[in-house]
Write a new protein. Structure first.
Length: 385
């Protein structure tokens, strides 16, 4: 094994640590779940490549979509051709990263109409007593059950991937804003003044034969703005309000009309459906409920109001509306264009590779990161095939 492969990487967490560019073969901009996983798989597949992982915040970045991702794994509704890949991701979450909060939880998806794979909702009430207080089973009399579904913490996956990548030789720089340039990146090392202003402490121009853009929803914009490369990808702002109805380790994941109720920290996190892309420059706006301003964006509020008859708890004080947009957690979500069902993807661009998660990142994000790492490493391997 080479010295590069056997030696742990360097971490630059703050500007007090002097940086001297040792020269890199690969720079990964963005240390969320997708970027950190890609960095780890690159260390495993091509340990001789010198690799730098960058992130503008901490690890994991609390402003990124990784922290607010639902962390719901389910093979339900996936095409048959994707099932083996999704199963490989599930196995990775169970065994490869340590403690990421992985918990088996059945997923119940409720419907008004019967289908070949549905069961009577009333038959599930004895097994899941919590349904009596949440779902009007007479209005949603049919349900599909995914007994292999599970929940986990995407932020913990990002942290574990980055830590393993460092132990296996990757370098990491935090508090570093990356601007794409031809053949590399311009890195601004950020610091905070005594008046709490974020300023650029120093700037470095780093070149590398391979640059991976893993900036989440900001990735396509960075490619277009910095490199002048047009992409077909979009983004949407998704909030995850909370429903304060008690949940425990036996509570299932619930879903109806695109809304997911994910058991979390003794209650439920509400993950709304994504209806459309948001135009560039869009600023999310709150809505009104019976004349009272709320912190939920208008489109999300309208969805919840429409579901109040089916999920009565939404019409109670258990729903946290927030007083402003900032009171209700939210983040920009990438919407990969040109891929079926918006599945995660990677794309070769002039001078860079773009890596995107999106709505199916919980289920297929790790395999997409692995696939890109294998492509950069020049190896033909897909362990789920």
């Amino acid at each position: 094994m080479s010295e590069t492969a056997s030696k742990a990487g360097q971490v630059w967490a703050h500007v007090g640590q002097p940086f001297v560019n040792p020269g890199y073969d690969v720079i990964v901009a963005g240390a969320g779940r997708m970027g950190a996983a890609c960095a780890l798989y690159l260390r495993q597949l091509a340990p001789d490549l010198r690799l730098l992982l960058l992130d503008e915040g901490g690890l994991p970045n609390e402003d990124g979509a990784t922290i607010l991702a639902p962390g719901v794994w389910s093979g339900q509704d996936l095409p048959a051709a994707w099932q083996a890949e999704a199963a490989w991701v599930r196995a990775q979450l169970v065994t490869a990263f340590g403690e990421v909060g992985f918990e088996d939880r059945p997923l119940l998806e409720f419907h008004e109409q019967e289908a070949d794979d549905t069961v009577a909702s009333s038959d599930l009430q004895a097994r899941f007593p919590i349904l009596s207080g949440l779902v009007q089973v007479d209005r949603l009399p049919f349900a599909r059950l995914d007994p292999r579904a599970a929940t986990y913490r995407p932020g913990a996956v990002a942290l574990a991937c980055a830590q393993q990548a460092i132990r296996q030789g990757a370098d990491l720089m935090l508090n570093a804003h990356a601007t794409l340039i031809p053949g590399g990146v311009q890195v601004e090392r950020l610091t905070v003044t005594n008046t709490h202003q974020i300023v650029t402490h120093e700037t470095h121009m780093l070149s590398a034969p391979q640059v991976i853009i893993a900036l989440g929803a900001e990735g396509p914009y960075a490619a277009e703005h910095d490199l002048g490369v047009h992409t077909a990808h979009a983004r949407a702002y998704r909030q995850v309000p909370r429903l304060n109805v008690s949940s425990d380790a036996a509570s299932p994941i619930l879903r109806t009309s695109g809304l997911t109720l994910r058991p979390q920290t003794g209650g439920f996190t509400l993950v709304p459906a994504i209806h459309h892309r948001d135009p560039h420059g869009y600023l999310p706006q709150g809505g009104h409920l019976t004349g009272v301003p709320t912190g939920l964006r208008r489109e999300t509020l309208e969805d919840l109001v429409a579901l109040m008859d089916l999920l009565p708890a939404l019409a109670t004080e258990a729903l946290e509306l927030g007083r402003s947009i900032s009171d209700v957690p939210g983040a920009w979500l990438a919407l990969p264009g040109g891929s079926p069902r918006g599945r995660p993807q990677h794309q070769a661009l002039p001078g860079a590779r773009l890596l995107l998660g999106g709505p199916l990142a919980d289920v297929l994000g790790l395999s997409t990161a692995y696939d890109l790492a294998a492509s950069v490493a020049g190896v033909q391997t897909r362990p789920w095939s």
